[in-house]
Design a protein around this ligand. Structure first.
Ligand SMILES: [Zn+2]
Length: 335
């Protein structure tokens, strides 16, 4: 027996406008971050084979700003910039070069579009090192480890170079211990105390990153990333990682990937409801939708909207997604 005479839930589902009226989880363009790939080896936009519907852009090209302008018009106002450098080396030194691909792109965007785009920059070494690891390999007694603390020094330099170029938020994705604290101190020391940090706090070692590694040519040449990314068999460790990042000064926290990790998103949001939480709807999740839709498995716009809504319903405030433009068009009834 219920206390209320609610016997016909269908009354509230009868009309579209009533369904709209009572829906309590709504997507908005305001909450999307669109990943952008700038590539120092090209002179015109080139489609990215591994990420259908996306392009590499030269860092200083009107094509780049034209595309961002288009996104802004659709209401997508935040961007996460990844760079493909012209050369790689052991230390990944292009990552903090003033003439690096990301630094050039940010300055160009600021010059052409001003203050309005919110620029997040991915901070890692894997796209810049010839070995493809997120940190510096070091031989210890015959085996190779990724050395945490020497890597942090490089992360600090990258963060400052991104801030100097005009980034709003630095997004460290390398999963080194203490990276948020080191980056925060590096930024503050150079006078960038207004530049924020969105930390990839809970980043699982995942097969869903497959397409992205092709995009960035960033697969490790030896070994894998399980010594620094999280083991997906662990649940509560996510709370430990988030707590540490918050204590180190993260402004926004993130769970990555999203779709197979909705339980983690929910748990983190319930534990830290007052901290903005981002979820990264990663390349493998995106391509599953693309490939299935192309094969007629389901209708594309419907599945995109359902996937993104589920991520928001789980508790994400911000959704980083390759579907951001498509979703914005759906929201504007243009898709
Ligand atoms: Zn990395």
């Amino acid at each position: 027996m219920t206390r209320f005479p609610i016997s016909r839930p269908r009354r509230l589902r009868l009309k579209e406008h009533v369904r709209d009226l009572i829906s309590d989880v709504r997507l908005s363009q305001d909450n999307f971050i669109l990943p952008i790939f700038v590539n120092d080896n090209i002179r015109k936009p080139i489609p990215i084979d591994d990420l259908e519907g996306h392009n590499y852009y030269p860092p200083e090209s009107p094509d780049l700003t034209k595309f961002l302008d288009y996104a802004l018009e659709l209401g997508v106002k935040s961007f996460l910039i990844f760079g493909v450098p012209s050369r790689k080396d052991f230390y990944g030194s292009e990552a903090w070069s003033r003439q690096g691909v990301v630094q050039k792109a940010i300055r160009y965007i600021r010059r052409e579009l001003g203050d309005s785009p919110v620029i997040f920059t991915d901070l890692c070494l894997c796209g810049y090192t010839d070995h493809g690891h997120c940190g510096l390999p070091k031989d210890i007694g015959g085996s190779t480890i990724i050395d945490n603390d020497s890597t942090l020094e490089l992360y600090g330099k990258i963060a400052v170079s991104h801030a100097e170029a005009g980034a709003d938020f630095i997004a460290p994705s390398g999963m080194m211990d203490g990276q948020v604290k080191y980056i925060r101190e590096s930024l503050d020391r150079e006078g960038f105390n207004w530049v924020g940090i969105m930390s990839y706090s809970v980043k699982f070692s995942s097969s869903f990153y497959g397409p992205f590694r092709g995009v960035m040519d960033s697969s490790p040449r030896h070994g894998d990333r399980r010594s620094y990314q999280m083991d997906y068999r662990n649940r509560y460790e996510a709370l430990k990682e988030v707590m540490m990042d918050l204590e180190e000064g993260a402004d926004i926290i993130m769970v990555k990937p999203a779709l197979a990790y909705l339980d983690i998103i929910r748990m983190v949001k319930e534990e830290y409801p007052y901290i903005p939480l981002a979820a990264y709807n990663v390349s493998g999740e995106y391509m599953m939708v693309k490939v299935a839709a192309k094969n007629g498995v389901f209708e594309e716009s419907g599945i995109i909207f359902e996937v993104l809504t589920s991520i928001k319903r789980a508790g994400a405030d911000i959704i980083i997604s390759y579907h951001a433009i498509e979703a914005a068009k759906i929201l504007k009834n243009m898709y």
